[in-house]
Design a protein around this ligand. Structure first.
Ligand SMILES: [Fe+2]
Ligand SMILES: [Fe+2]
Length: 364
């Protein structure tokens, strides 16, 4: 796992075949990409998503008659986001040596904190739970600690890609219900513009989170395809929403969310997994499994590195390379705006291990 750590954490660097990037160099490139992405992200967050959980919504206008199922859902959303300090501190500790990633996690945490406060406000202003009830509920939540689902940075990052997308989907579907667009009999007559705006505002943040982590996984996929694909396979085979084991009455919450058409196993498969796969150049779960199986069948002789040639058939590496390049162009545009480009520009370095289709065609 040493070589997925940020730079300076590497004790022993294995010999690198001639013409290939060393793990140290790959780590440096990924770290640099994260730093640029984080700077770009922060500026954009401040410019376009600088909302406030109290002042951005007309809380007094929230309906005093929210349906019981909506109350259950809002309370669950509030409960999950309530663990923002645990999510943030654990993840920061894990990546503390990486400037781009650890500073990003602070920014991310400050956005998740707003989500917790906005959902709490929705429960409070519904008028259906007393401030005392909320205080006790929070105490109950805070008596438990959220722990990292995986011990290493790569698996946690891959997990977060799927988790952010799933969360975004939950909030977007909540928004549709609040807009009066539910086709479920028990919710179709319900609408609330305040709630619709809250859900939409938070969903936009979750989309930005998804994109940040997606770009990170793309960089890993590009420079470390084998271990990244293995991590993706491990995550999708055991995915569950964060804090599912901590939130009281999770089963009731989950059933209510499912019944409301907000989220369920089919939504995960179609609107989370498939979407993330498409964004990562992976055709399907089946093709991922089969591709990885093939790489295990290929012997990896000392210095021969045959495995690394087979792995490129498992995903659309051309697409991922294009995406990583585009990310760097976006970072470079940002750096030009500030003046970083003249002093210390972020540069895209091609991974020489990536097969070149055009060269192969020319050889044929
Ligand atoms: Fe959130
Ligand atoms: Fe998020």
């Amino acid at each position: 796992m040493a070589d997925v750590m940020p730079p300076n954490m590497l004790a022993d660097v294995p010999q690198t075949p001639a013409g290939l990037l060393s793990n140290r160099e790959k780590d440096r490139l990924i770290e640099r990409g994260f730093l640029g992405l984080y700077r770009w992200y922060t500026a954009r967050s401040q410019e376009t998503r600088n909302w406030n959980a109290d002042k951005s919504f007309n809380w007094r206008a929230l309906s005093p008659n929210l349906p019981p199922d909506i109350m259950t859902v809002l309370t669950g959303f509030f409960a999950v986001e309530q663990y923002a300090p645990d999510f943030t501190s654990n993840l920061i500790n894990l990546v503390r040596r990486s400037h781009g990633r650890s500073h990003f996690q602070m920014r991310w945490g400050s956005e998740e904190e707003k989500h917790a406060d906005a959902w709490e406000n929705s429960v409070l202003f519904s008028g259906q739970r007393t401030p005392q009830w909320i205080a006790e509920y929070k105490e109950r939540l805070k008596s438990q600690t959220w722990e990292l689902p995986f011990p290493d940075a790569l698996h946690n990052m891959v997990y977060t890609v799927f988790q952010e997308r799933a969360t975004q989907l939950n909030y977007l579907n909540m928004m549709k219900i609040a807009q009066g667009k539910s086709d479920k009999p028990h919710l179709k007559d319900f609408s609330d513009p305040v709630l619709a705006k809250v859900a939409q505002t938070i969903a936009v943040d979750e989309a930005a989170h998804y994109n940040f982590f997606l770009e990170g996984v793309r960089m890993y996929l590009y420079y470390y395809p084998q271990r990244t694909l293995e991590a993706i396979r491990a995550i999708v085979s055991q995915f569950s929403m964060p804090a599912a084991k901590l939130v009281p009455d999770w089963e009731k919450f989950y059933e209510t969310v499912y019944r409301a058409g907000i989220y369920g196993p089919r939504d995960f498969s179609r609107d989370v997994m498939q979407v993330a796969f498409r964004n990562l150049g992976i055709e399907s779960r089946k093709s991922l499994e089969e591709g990885l199986k093939k790489t295990r069948e290929v012997p990896d002789f000392d210095g021969g590195n045959f495995k690394s040639t087979v792995i490129w058939d498992t995903f659309d590496y051309g697409m991922v390379e294009g995406d990583v390049k585009r990310l760097h162009m976006r970072i470079q545009d940002y750096e030009k705006l500030i003046g970083f480009d003249a002093i210390d520009p972020t540069e895209f370095i091609q991974n020489p291990a990536v097969p070149r289709r055009t060269e192969q065609a020319a050889d044929d």
